[in-house]
Design a protein around this ligand. Structure first.
Ligand SMILES: Cc1cc2nc3c(=O)[nH]c(=O)nc-3n(C[C@H](O)[C@H](O)[C@H](O)COP(=O)(O)OP(=O)(O)OC[C@H]3O[C@@H](n4cnc5c(N)ncnc54)[C@H](O)[C@@H]3O)c2cc1C
Length: 504
């Protein structure tokens, strides 16, 4: 066991979002005392509100905003502060990355992070109803996954697939099948019980486990060390009061792509010059903390439907075009999605639609900065001219789809709002909500590695990171499955570190 000799304190997991729920469950199931700390509440009314298309309830968002180089308007980055985290608001799209994404990670950090290495963890979390006998898919994990069939489709979704075929774009029956991209049905996580969140599907079944303690309304403000060992977490309660110390046998960070790097920085771990500039002490020089934050920059093309209005009770998200760079001439890693504009509420939503064009990997990345405590951390994105040109091409593909016979006949689209050129795209650029990176894995701390191949923070002991912030490469998928799979893998690493040495 790698924790401080003689410590009887539990493993403390900071952050009860997607990744934190996985780690808490797996450690508790394996008989390890675990304390899960979550800054937000555990309130079914809040969870219900977040499951729908309405406003985020007061206090349930961290209030993170990003600046984008070259434009004034800030970008809101919803990050949910509640047990279940951003998993509570995610739309249920259960998409794996393309195999090449994980292989790029494996090339940096060894085969256990490659597609082959991570596949068992993707399978472990899935209960894929459409491929129950397929060894490429998981069959008995916590997350029920299925793809809406043709009978559930709205005219909008059928026109999308037909229009993509008309444009000669490849099709893809199973986006999680490990093949190339194309247009096809979206895998969704959920069942009759509703959308599958990490809180409900991972944590709920073990909430009564004797080894697990969950504390909500407790925000970690800094980590505590004895020499180079993490030995506790300094926390403050949501209702104020003086910070107090919670002892830890070891600390596992699962505060998300913004929260994890910010907590490291606020604990004096990061780029020394940046820490000093922010008035923070320097405990460990790790210049990579807060870097290589990735998102999928997107533009929205809303339009009205003169025909093919939607009907109630069917899934909003049903179809997706995902293309790897080079698969279609002139297009980078690109996604197109179309859905009825649920943000407008019924019945208007069924007469308007949102076409979303996004870039699934970009040259430019973002940085996380600690911000002025107790305010939220800050994020800054830089996208290159090439990124903007690629996003412009993605939006142009969306317009071409709107011009197909399939779309014109079935939908008669009108009042299409499209940004013009790179300047227009920069102005209209928004987030696809797929943050990852920020505390990247890498062997060399001097050139940006924050955690080693075991997900331990370089140069410190008993400090691990278990969420999407450790991802060192762009992943061309929505990030909920990524968060769950990374946390499954890190849970195994934590267990292996706890196992007595052979013969010991
Ligand atoms: C609007 C929206 C829609 C999305 N839709 C999809 C989708 O359809 N499919 C998909 O795959 N992905 C989707 N995502 C992305 C997905 O939800 C996230 O990638 C995923 O939840 C990230 O998991 P995480 O564990 O890294 O972070 P989170 O789930 O955000 O968890 C972090 C947790 O840590 C807590 N925390 C942070 N700092 C502290 C601290 N200092 N002390 C204590 N607790 C702390 C937070 O309150 C939170 O509970 C969506 C995201 C958004 C915003």
């Amino acid at each position: 066991m790698s924790t401080a000799a003689g410590s009887t304190a539990p493993t403390v997991v900071v952050g009860g979002g997607a990744a934190g729920c996985v780690v808490a469950r797996r450690l508790a199931e394996r008989g390890e005392p675990v304390l899960l700390l979550e800054a937000g509440c555990d309130d079914p009314a809040v969870a219900r509100a977040l499951a729908g298309p309405g406003r985020i309830p007061a206090g349930a968002d961290w209030g993170v905003t990003a600046t984008v180089d070259g434009r004034d308007a800030p970008l809101r980055l919803p990050r949910i502060r509640a047990l279940g985290g951003t998993s509570l608001i995610q739309g249920g799209i259960a998409l794996r990355g393309l195999p090449g994404d994980y292989d790029a990670w494996g090339a940096l950090a060894g085969p256990s992070w490659s597609h082959r290495g991570l596949l068992p963890y993707l399978r472990r979390l899935e209960a894929d109803q459409d491929y129950p006998d397929d060894r490429g898919h998981g069959t008995d994990g916590p997350l029920p996954i299925s793809r809406p069939g043709p009978a559930a489709r709205q005219p909008l979704h059928t026109a999308f697939l037909d229009g993509c075929a008309e444009l000669g774009l490849p099709s893809c029956e199973d986006h999680n099948g490990g093949g190339a991209g194309g247009a096809g049905p979206v895998p969704l996580a959920g069942d009759r019980r509703g959308k599958a969140t990490a809180r409900d599907r991972y944590l709920e079944p073990v909430l009564e486990h004797p080894g697990l303690t969950v504390r909500t309304g407790v925000e970690a403000v800094a980590l505590e060390f004895a020499g180079d060992r993490a030995v506790g977490v300094l926390v403050r309660a949501a209702d104020g009061g003086a910070p107090r110390r919670i002892p830890a046998g070891r600390v596992v960070l699962a505060a998300g792509a913004v929260g994890t790097p910010a907590l490291l920085q606020r604990s004096g771990i990061g780029d020394p010059a940046a820490l000093r500039a922010a008035g923070l002490p320097v405990r460990a020089a790790l210049p990579g903390v807060g870097t290589l934050l990735r998102d999928h920059p997107a533009v929205h093309l809303p339009f009205g439907l003169d025909s093919g209005h939607g009907t109630e009770g069917r899934p909003w998200f049903q179809v997706l075009l995902r293309l790897a760079a080079g698969q279609v001439d002139g297009l980078a890693d690109t996604a197109l999605e179309v859905y009825h504009d649920f943000r407008l509420g019924l019945p208007l939503a069924h007469r308007r639609a949102l076409l979303v064009a996004s870039l699934l990997s970009s040259e430019g990345t973002g940085v996380v900065e600690p911000g002025a405590f107790p305010g939220p951390p800050r994020v800054r994105f830089h996208y290159t001219g090439r990124d903007l040109a690629d996003l412009t091409a993605a939006a142009a593909l969306g317009l071409r789809w709107l011009g197909t016979g399939a779309a014109r006949t079935a939908l008669r689209p009108r009042r299409v709002h499209a940004p013009g050129g790179s300047a227009g795209v920069l102005h209209a650029l928004t987030t696809a909500h797929h943050l990852h990176g920020g505390a990247p894995m890498g062997d060399d701390p001097d050139t940006g590695g924050v955690v080693d191949r075991q997900a331990r923070v370089h140069g410190l002991r008993d400090l691990w990171v278990a969420d999407v912030s450790i991802c060192p490469v762009p992943v061309r998928a929505n990030t909920h499955l990524l968060a769950l799979a990374v946390a499954e893998r890190v849970s195994d690493l934590l267990t292996a570190a706890t196992d007595p040495a052979p013969g010991g």
